[in-house]
Design a protein around this ligand. Structure first.
Ligand code: ADP
Length: 493
């Protein structure tokens, strides 16, 4: 059973091959017209040959009918000239001639069988009435026809009749002529046609085979080139420019390859950044621990101080790991969103409430301005992380006694959250990099105040997952303004 299914699948696969399809299309286009032509020509030949034979025979028998009148054959069948003529014609056309008089008596049969008998058939009656009957029987291979024997009588003077002459059918010739030689000719013709057709089929198969190979070749080249890339992951883009179509495929593939390379590079960079970020606190801890071990009789105060530093480094390590985990969560597909209808005013208030104590330590004023009541469909946990990061940054990169202003607004489609501060600001050239993982404008300062460089990457990912977008404006020394715009209703793709 399984084998049968496999066989079926493999057969089906062959039918799906472009090469096989082209092969059969060319075969069809090459062979069908020749078959139609052959059939048409043979049919036409038969029709034409029968027509020629009929007109031939009719002419001969019309002449004979006149002779019959001249020799008064219907009254006296002994005329040797006519009998010889009849014999000659029936031999010539390989047929039989019956001569029937006006009483439907057969007065002459060249086969000698029906002589003296009565013959009343539809054709004969029709012919007596003036009609000419021709009947071709292709199955039994003969033509049957009737020829009237017409007497022209002179009308007597004084009769009321206007015409001087009058035609009277006084007898009928019933002739059947064999079409054997036509059939023999058709057979010869058809044999020749078969031979020509066979040669044609062989040539068409050869052309179809060659053409299907040539036409499909560029596609095979494309897959071979792609195969090479898979094997070696070579750097150069591939090129098969035989067809516009293969060029399109190759261009699309090269673009994909480029994107894969960029992705690969950024992943490598990310991994090396992660290792570096995780190694830094460990190195510090090792240095601190080693220096404690190396010294003898270390005073308890120094122990305490070094241990506090080690605890700080552990805290830092913990922060980096937590941020990395958040980022990994955000990197997953939008299907992981936990969408709920949320009161965004309360949502913002809660975030600010949590962060105000930190701001208070540096006397930074945190203001919330809501232009309207907003409810929206969001993933509360992920968006809290995003907005918290923005407000946290606005506090972290602020001057003492500064302010942070959060403004909420909405239109019929989106809600916007604006986070504005009058802090340090971001240099223009750094603006395009701030969403990159581990990017910090001032590395040492950021480290000092506990930054990991992952905050804005997390924020941006969370916003993109909600199909929203984020924009930043900043001036060094003046402050920074982040604008987040998110659809009110979540649209799953
Ligand atoms: P970090 O953990 O270092 O804060 P982020 O990804 O949150 O990392 O931010 C990246 C960098 O962007 C920060 O190091 C900081 O230099 C800069 N930055 C972010 N927000 C602000 C802001 N409100 N004011 C000034 N600089 C900012």
């Amino acid at each position: 059973m399984k084998e049968k299914i496999n066989q079926y699948i493999s057969k089906f696969k062959v039918a799906r091959s472009l090469k096989v399809r082209i092969f059969f299309i060319i075969l069809l286009v090459g062979i069908v017209p020749t078959a139609i032509l052959r059939y048409g020509i043979l049919q036409n030949y038969e029709q034409r040959a029968v027509e020629v034979r009929i007109s031939d025979v009719q002419t001969q028998f019309k002449i004979l009918a006149n002779h019959l009148i001249t020799y008064n054959y219907l009254q006296d069948t002994s005329s040797e000239i006519i009998n010889a003529e009849l014999e000659q014609l029936s031999n010539l056309y390989d047929g039989r001639v019956l001569i029937i008089d006006s009483n439907f008596n057969v007065i002459k049969d060249t086969y000698g069988i029906s002589q003296g008998k009565t013959m009343i058939s539809e054709e004969v009656i029709k012919c007596f009435k003036g009609g000419n009957g021709v009947n071709y029987d292709p199955v039994n291979q003969y033509i049957e026809m009737t020829t009237p024997i017409v007497l022209i009588r002179q009308n007597e003077e004084g009769k009321e009749n206007f015409e001087k002459e009058e035609s009277v059918v006084i007898g009928v010739m019933l002739t059947s002529v064999s079409t054997d030689n036509i059939v023999a000719n058709i057979e010869i013709l058809s044999r020749q046609a078969n031979l020509i057709q066979f040669v044609m089929v062989v040539i068409v198969i050869a052309i179809a085979w060659g053409l299907s190979n040539i036409l499909v070749n560029p596609f095979e080249k494309v897959s071979a080139e792609i195969g090479k890339v898979q094997d070696g992951f070579q750097d150069e883009p591939i090129s098969v420019s035989d067809y516009l179509e293969t060029e399109h495929i190759v261009t699309a593939f090269n673009e994909l390859l480029g994107r894969m390379k960029t992705l690969d590079e950024s992943r490598q960079e990310f991994v090396s950044n992660v290792s570096h970020e995780l190694k830094t606190p460990i190195t510090s801890m090792k240095v601190l621990a080693d220096s404690l071990i190396a010294q003898e009789d270390v005073p308890i105060e120094l122990y305490k101080e070094f241990m506090t530093d080690i605890a700080d480094e552990i805290e830092r390590e913990n922060k980096v790991i937590n941020d990395l985990l958040s980022l990994v969560k955000m990197d997953k597909t939008a299907a992981n969103l936990n969408i709920d209808t949320i009161d965004i005013n309360a949502f913002c208030e809660l975030i600010l409430k949590r962060l105000r104590p930190i701001a208070k330590q540096r006397d930074i004023d945190v203001i919330f301005e809501s232009k309207r009541e907003v409810t929206a469909e969001i993933d509360e946990v992920k968006l809290t992380l995003a907005i918290s990061n923005l407000v946290e940054n606005a506090i972290k990169y602020n001057n003492d006694h500064g302010y942070v202003k959060v403004t909420l607004d909405a239109d019929h489609q989106f809600f916007t959250i604006e986070v504005e501060d009058n802090g340090l600001g971001i240099p223009q050239e750094s603006l395009e990099h701030i969403y990159e993982r581990f990017y910090r404008v001032d590395k040492s300062h950021s480290r000092e105040i506990g930054g990991t460089g992952l905050g804005l990457a997390i924020t941006r990912n969370a916003i993109l997952m909600h199909r929203g977008f984020i924009k930043v404006e900043s001036e060094v020394g003046e402050g920074t303004r982040f604008l987040v715009k998110i659809p009110l209703t979540y649209i799953a793709k």
